[in-house]
Design a protein around this ligand. Structure first.
Ligand code: FES
Length: 317
């Protein structure tokens, strides 16, 4: 990933917002510019995890980055650790910004759909579209108004009239109705979705069934319940002259590391793209959310942190 920079950033402000979401502002010297949809990779040394957090700050803002972090005790501990350490004055090791979720700024119609904490990149996109004078609608779905972070900011924003809130526990008529709320498909209409897996599947499947082109339904997965297990297969690291057996509970990246072949990994669940590796031969069993359908069909790259193979894979390592 060539767009990566490593930085030490300081927590300049923290707001504990509704729904267990901490809004964390980070400052540092000469912050690299960002585009809407970008995220930061944050290293958490105590739990030895890298975690990805979308920026919700205005991409035009040069003095700080802002992220929103949902404290999720059911996760592998990353968000709980961020909540613990991200106190004003603390420093964090950060890489990025990276953007795997860029905005098509020339679109005639843009609809942003955020579920829960998936609202964060949508806020940056809304700010950018507003600055460009582009029409858009932002749909924000949460369980209840009481757990709706960014509520005050969004209701006071200059584009507040473009934000539609949907709460599970209120009048059914105000819930997101994709048959009613999605625009008609067209080459100039772009949809963006981020949120929990079930929300994303529902929006993506409904949009594609309604005729929206896959390439116009942009998606950002922030965590994934990925099954890392499967049948035994072989991996040949051709340039290294090594052939390894990957057992039912092994991952390719870990097995390679045990034998001295280091592939950089961050999320370890197929969402960030850090570990994408070229495949020279073999059948890939893709488990990630990062590669597009077209890239999967090409069959020449894979996420070695989670994806597997059938029979034998030959990697360009
Ligand atoms: S490390 Fe993130 S996709 Fe593999």
């Amino acid at each position: 990933m060539t767009d990566t920079q490593t930085m030490t950033l300081t927590v300049s402000e923290r707001i504990d917002d509704r729904g267990g979401i901490a809004r964390i502002r980070l400052t540092g010297d000469d912050l690299p510019p960002v585009s809407a949809g970008a995220h930061l990779d944050i290293y958490l040394p105590e739990v030895d995890l890298w975690r990805q957090y979308s920026l919700c700050s205005d991409p035009a803002e040069t003095g700080f980055y802002e992220i929103g972090v949902l404290k999720d005790p059911a996760s592998r501990g990353g968000s709980v650790e961020v909540h613990r350490i991200a106190q004003p004055g603390a420093t964090l090791s950060v890489e990025g910004p990276r953007n795997h979720f860029p905005l098509e700024e020339s679109a005639a119609t843009t609809v942003l759909l955020g579920g829960g904490i998936g609202i964060t990149p949508m806020i940056a996109m809304a700010k950018r579209l507003h600055a460009l004078g582009k029409p858009f609608t932002l749909h924000y779905c949460t369980r209840s108004r009481d757990v709706t972070a960014f509520y005050d900011e969004l209701t006071a924003a200059p584009f507040a009239g473009r934000v539609v809130f949907h709460h599970d526990d209120e009048d059914p008529a105000q819930k997101l109705d994709l048959g009613r709320d999605l625009p008609a498909p067209s080459p100039d209409t772009h949809l963006y979705v981020c949120g929990p897996q079930g929300f994303m599947d529902w929006v993506i499947d409904s949009a594609e069934a309604a005729g929206h082109a896959t390439a116009n339904v942009h998606r950002e997965y922030f965590s994934a319940d990925v099954d890392l297990t499967g049948d035994t297969f072989e991996v040949e690291a051709r340039a290294s002259g090594l052939t390894l057996t990957i057992g039912p509970d092994d991952t390719i990246a870990k097995k390679l590391a045990e034998h001295g072949i280091k592939v950089e990994v961050k999320c370890e669940e197929g969402v960030c793209g850090t570990c994408v590796t070229d495949v020279l031969e073999g059948e890939i069993d893709h488990r990630d959310q990062f590669l597009t359908d077209e890239e999967r069909e090409d069959g020449d790259q894979m996420c070695v942190c989670c994806s597997r193979g059938r029979g034998k894979l030959v990697l360009d390592l």
